[in-house]
Design a protein around this ligand. Sequence first.
Ligand SMILES: [Zn+2]
Ligand SMILES: [Zn+2]
Length: 373
Amino acid sequence: MTLPPAQAGRPAPDKPIPTEMWAAVYRGKDTVGIERVPVPAIKGGEILVKVGVCGVCPTDIKKIRHGTVEPPRIFGHETAGTVVRMGALVRGFRIGQRVALHHHVPCLKCHYCQHRSFAQCAQYRKTGVTGGFEPSGGVYAEYVRVLPFALPGAVKVPAQNSLLEAAMLEPVNTVLKAVRRLELRPGDRVAVVGQGPIGLLFTRILRLSKVSVVAADLVPRRLALSKKLGAALTVQSGDVLLQAAQSATRGRGFDAVVLAVSSDAMVVKAQDLVRGGGKILLFSHTLKGGAIGVDPGKICVDEKALIGSYSSDFTLQREVARLVFSRALDVRVLVTDLFPLQRIMEAIGLAETPTEASLKVMVEVSTTNGIWS
Ligand SMILES: [Zn+2]
Ligand SMILES: [Zn+2]
């Protein structure tokens, strides 16, 4: 459905925007309630987006479960929706346009950005897409305000793609960024430990980069999908990875090991799986304060690098959009569950303790056109 053109600053005539909306508000450790909050007011350089869907992200779940941030706030950041109001200074968008949003956008000028350490940039750390309780608001709300610095992170969604696909741009970006950090060559062999939604994205993106993947997970159903997405070999437990490393690489070891699970034991084990000069990438260890007994000699003498990757890379946005929207990376197979906003705690529970069949869990924030198609 194409909405009629509307003047900037005004809602589309058939879609009156209310003054209040529903939002999932974090009120402290383990407590998220559905509340009525004001629809955010926008300034001249901002847009208001009616949120269609928002992915449930493990980093948000950890913050909710461990109470690591101050309440109140709204979480959620993997999102896509429809532009419903525009400030007078905004150019390049129109009312009714469907967009995927990035809540973190770097300044591209500071010392960190010049070193491509975008996730460390002061601007990047600010949340640029908010449903309220600023400066840290998120997207589990019916309407969100996109701040001027986050507008370059808004990606237009082609007519043939769904909002569910568009909401996957942000997590796909974080995975592509991590893959780039591995500096692999075609023909390299990589183990991906954990085949949840993120691990499966690694498998597919590595495969598209002509890298041979050994995928490990405890759930056979996930491994079947790993195969479909291009894994050369699947193993059902981390214990047999050492054998796989030997057989798949003629004893040399993997060029890289990606840990898409936050297992400390696997970090230690990965030091034996990776070849000399290879890389171990931590993707899921998003809580600080831990300690792991790694062998420093393997890092120094064997040059086995222990690296991390966090959040997205703004400069990869176009490539990510092309991958997802062309369906070379078809994210639709990863989205298994869609909950209404009112049932967000169930959505979080399922994402936290997945069933054999569940992968990416999403929240349908408002019933709007184009979620599925
Ligand atoms: Zn996320
Ligand atoms: Zn910067």
